[in-house]
Design a protein around this ligand. Structure first.
Ligand code: F6R
Length: 618
């Protein structure tokens, strides 16, 4: 879960690398470093603990020589704490070779012992330095960076993206990947490498996906792609749909604020071209991996994801079961493959991932595919590993999500799952025409409705500011409000470092109500009183139970719901929507609340402590 950038070409490499790292900083931000080959043929490196800004200040105070070849890294520590010494790049071949790494080298201890027995010493506590020293040793034998690289990757176990440069081979950056992401940016007289396209999208929109166990060598005039045995491989070129400005803050105080403001657009884009008045059209996107025969033969669906993505799965479950009548289970990807799950050709495994690189989810997809299940991914990042390894992909079109806490990607994931539910219902004939038309209309109404919710940001800010000393907040919801309670609590924990728990409101009396004491703040996602099977009266009872014990209730309730007023201390209003659509409106105030509370506490909203956006280690 580190960010990696490589560059060869006529531009000032440091500028390209630091700019790319800035855009990848969401992947990890406890230290950063660069290595370049100067015009004098010497390798120059600089690395520092702390966020990228620390390195940037150093590079201004003591610039490295101008260079046209370089690599850069922003780290999320796994082996060895976040110190200057453990930061990447790591060096080999007497300081003439530099290497950066994302992932975990599982057999590093055995390799370290082998190298130590030959007299090699190590400065850091990292697994990465072992690879750098090993590469230095191989280079000493071959004087060929690509050949030495091939020898080294063949000896490593685990997950890695590696990039390396050698002072004796300016104009060349070599990279490899196994279980970690790496993408090439194809330029004119220059080439780029990045953990994802955000690293270089300001220079080129042409990208090339690198497959599992492949090596790439970039030179200004072209690239060479091969497998770990050195056999040439044909890469898959694609056009990047985002432009660079989509990944800029554009005047907002944080990426998170910007990304919440983009939620209506994320929904609209995800619906675009996939809805018509009478239903959905996903045929072209899902076939050939998931064609009509497959859809009709599915006996159950397993939705897999982690964190926020898994909560979108809970909403997907409610919709798919209701509309298509297919049994759906939702499971955390990291739990799934360690319990001998029963899978067969009738199981459709749907993975949900913004990044498409989350290791837990990727491994779960591979596990499912190996056991004969069909795999579909719901993914926000074009060309990501999970998308490429699934039988079919339904892209969410939320655009780049840079803030570590997921917001607009969540909304887009729910929409994609709803589209899938409608697609299955249509193919299996489980929804009437009238009902389908009504659901299509509800979906189409969402972006404008959400826009009105976002306009109440000032009210949420006031509320958050008044609660900046709060130490614990509970979140309650029922049915589709339950995943929103979980998501509201997760956002508050990760952004404001406040203890927060989400519960199904009906569960309260089975234990958690013991937590309620006078003044305890409790958000309650209140369902609509209009729904035929409404849980509204039950939730009002739940509110009364906690109020009787002194809770301070903050309700998120439908406009016009006056029944809630006597029981709530504060009410945040959302527009009228169907039961499965309310959650998409109710989540925004909770996201804004967590963001505003974190900001009121002076915390970094975009890069909360200890986290990384794309968790590419297990
Ligand atoms: C929370 C958050 C995480 C991610 C999770 C999965 O705000 O962002 O819980 O949702 O790490 O990430 P993806 O969707 O990239 O697989």
């Amino acid at each position: 879960m580190c960010g990696i950038v490589g560059y060869v070409g006529p531009r000032d490499a440091i500028e390209v690398l630091v700019g790319g790292l800035k855009r990848l900083e969401y992947r990890g931000y406890d230290s950063a470093g660069v290595a370049v080959i100067g015009g004098d043929g010497e390798l120059a490196t600089h690395k520092r603990a702390g966020k990228l800004g620390v390195l940037q200040r150093d590079l201004v105070a003591e610039p490295l020589p101008r260079s046209e070849t370089g690599i850069g890294h922003t780290r999320w520590a796994t082996h060895g704490g976040p110190t200057d010494v453990n930061a990447h790049p790591h060096l080999g071949d007497h300081g003439r070779l530099a290497l950066i790494h994302n992932g975990i080298i599982e057999n590093y201890a055995a390799l370290r012992d082998e190298l130590a027995a030959e007299g090699y010493t190590f400065a850091s506590e990292t697994d990465t330095e072992i690879a750098a020293v090993l590469l230095g040793r191989e280079y000493g034998r071959t004087n060929d960076l690509v050949g030495a690289f091939r020898a080294v990757v063949g000896r490593l176990h685990g997950a890695f993206t590696l990039l390396a440069v050698h002072a004796d081979e300016p104009g060349l950056v070599v990279g490899a990947r196994r279980n970690s992401p790496l993408v090439v940016g194809l330029g004119d007289g220059e080439q780029f490498l990045g953990s994802d396209v955000a690293a270089f999208v300001q220079y080129t929109r042409r990208a090339l996906a690198i497959g599992q166990d492949e090596i790439v060598a970039i030179r200004p005039d072209g690239i060479e792609l091969m497998d770990f045995e050195g056999r040439p491989v044909q890469g898959e070129e694609y056009e990047i749909a985002w432009d660079a400005s989509a990944a800029d803050k554009g005047g907002w105080s944080s990426f998170m604020a910007k990304e919440i403001s983009e939620e209506p657009d994320a929904i609209e884009q995800t619906l675009l071209g996939r809805l018509h008045d009478d239903g959905v059209d996903l045929d072209e996107e899902l076939a050939p991996g998931i064609d009509d025969d497959v859809v009709r033969s599915i006996t159950r669906i397993l939705l897999l994801g982690a964190g926020t993505a898994s909560y979108s799965g809970l909403l997907g479950k409610y919709a798919i079961e209701k509309w298509a009548g297919v049994p759906v289970e939702v499971e955390l990807a990291h739990e799934f493959r360690y319990r001998d799950p029963v899978l067969d050709a009738g199981t459709l495994v749907v993975s949900i991932s913004q990044s498409g690189e989350t290791m837990d989810t990727l491994m779960a997809v591979r596990y499912a595919a190996e056991r004969g299940a069909r795999t579909l991914s719901i993914c926000n990042t074009q060309g990501a590993t999970i998308a490429r390894e699934s039988d079919a992909v339904l892209y969410t079109r939320a655009g780049p999500e840079v803030a570590v806490a997921s917001t607009k990607a969540f909304s887009a994931q729910v929409i994609a799952l709803y589209l899938l539910g409608l697609h299955l219902a249509q193919k299996r004939g489980t929804l009437g025409a009238e009902e389908t038309r009504r659901l299509v209309a509800d979906l189409r109404a969402l972006p404008a409705q959400l826009q009105t919710v976002l306009e109440s940001g000032g009210e949420v800010r006031e509320l958050a500011r008044s609660m900046s000393d709060t130490r614990s907040v509970l979140f309650l919801g029922r049915h589709a409000g339950y995943p929103i309670a979980l998501e509201g609590a997760l956002k508050l924990k990760e952004l404001a470092y406040i203890h927060a728990e989400g519960f199904a409101a009906g569960e309260l009396k089975h234990g958690p109500i013991a937590l309620i004491e006078p003044g305890q703040r409790v958000f309650v996602v209140v369902p609509s009183p209009r729904d035929r099977n409404s849980l509204h009266p039950k939730v009002i009872s739940n509110i009364q139970e906690i109020r009787a014990r002194g809770a301070h209730v903050l309700a998120v309730a439908e406009a016009g719901d006056v029944a809630v007023l006597p029981y709530a201390d504060d009410v945040l209003r959302i527009p009228l929507a169907g039961p499965l659509f309310e959650p998409l409106l109710a989540v925004a105030p909770l996201q804004m609340f967590a963001m505003e509370l974190a900001a009121a506490k002076g915390l970094d909203v975009d890069q909360p402590r200890n986290l990384a956006k794309s968790v590419t280690v297990e």
